[in-house]
Ligand binder design. Structure first.
Ligand code: ATP
Length: 304
């Protein structure tokens, strides 16, 4: 299948402020593509340019061969869009909003809308002003999916959702993909894109620093592990495990702090059990921490 989204040299500056610089990438029809970057990296700017809300300063983006700026009305018809903050008339109920947007889209399958509300545990009977952030996010997701669009463009879709709703949302994503939809999803959470996407573009400081299969991103994985013991342990046995880096010994040898590369903790856990560890905590690094380690400042090339 060919590219559904084609972005060539796309640049958007806000006066002197950098927005995005010279982005080039394609999204294939039928894939779930992750767009990963920390806050301020340029994800929302890219998405708003794809949606035709912003005019590129240079370069161009097309969706299904349509220019995202010059033909934005036709582009919008193809897309289900979740903005970074979904807002609506505060006096309207969820049901009224969904019905209104459904009409604008030429009518939608009411049973599908009801099923989405049910699955995300969303009560459409309240007024928009009464909804919490999580419920506003659910409403935003439902209106993006309800007309079964060919392409979904979702700006940080899981923000504000609790873990159960997140899992249900991931299931819905996989279902629409199985039915042939394409998804462009922005996120600042590495495990989330690993879990949901086939390919990922990584954006930092407005530039694309890497675009790769999700499998290839495993090398970016690094967890911080702290293990405590009732007595001193031979730290060199942990340091010599192939996944372990940067081991530090604390509390007279009764506590070890170490980094584990590649996401497989099994060897460390086995070794910790051998010495009757009392406690083991695992911390996922933030995306900024990962980026500090793997990419040069300004994102020039990967150190791998
Ligand atoms: N309207 C604007 N005027 C001036 N600068 C802006 C504007 N919108 C965004 N920027 C700047 O463009 C850069 C990219 O912002 P953008 O919102 O696209 O990032 P993001 O990756 O979506 O971040 P977040 O996850 O925080 O939403 C930032 O440096 C931001 O300050």
């Amino acid at each position: 299948m060919g590219a559904l989204i084609d972005v060539q040299g796309l640049t958007k500056s806000y006066g002197r402020n950098r927005g995005i610089v010279d982005l080039t990438f394609q999204v294939e029809e039928g894939e779930i593509f992750g767009f990963l970057g920390p806050n301020g990296a340029g994800k929302t700017t890219t998405i708003r340019t794809l949606m035709g809300f912003l005019r590129p300063s240079a370069g161009r983006a097309t969706i299904a061969g349509l220019d995202c700026w010059a033909q934005s009305t036709a582009v919008k018809r193809l897309v289900g869009y979740l903005p970074s903050e979904f807002a609506f008339d505060p006096g309207m109920t969820g049901a009224q909003i969904l019905s209104y947007l459904g009409h604008l889209r030429g009518g939608v399958d009411r049973r599908y809308v009801a099923a989405l509300c049910d699955r995300l545990d969303f009560d459409p009977g309240k007024r928009f002003r009464e909804y919490s952030r999580g419920n506003r996010q659910k409403l935003g997701i439902i209106q993006a999916f309800m007309h079964r669009p060919r392409l979904l463009i979702l700006d940080e879709p899981t923000g504000g959702l609790d873990p159960l709703n997140q899992q249900e949302f991931y299931r819905i994503l996989r279902e629409v993909q199985a039915e042939g939809a394409t998804v462009f999803l922005s996120s600042h959470i590495l495990p989330e894109v690993e879990h949901t996407c086939q390919r990922v573009g990584i954006v930092r400081d407005g530039r694309l620093v890497e675009i790769n299969e999700v499998e290839q991103l495993k090398r970016l994985r690094q967890q911080t592990v702290v293990v405590t013991f009732g007595r001193q342990v031979p730290s060199e046995e942990f340091a010599s495990l192939p996944e372990v880096e940067d081991l530090k010994v604390e509390r007279d040898g009764r506590e070890l702090h170490l980094h584990v590369r590649g996401g497989d903790l099994s060897a460390v856990i086995r070794k910790a059990a051998e010495y009757n560890a009392q406690n083991l905590t695992v911390q996922e690094p933030s995306l900024e921490e990962i980026f500090m380690r793997f990419y040069e400042p300004e994102g020039v090339g990967a150190r791998a």
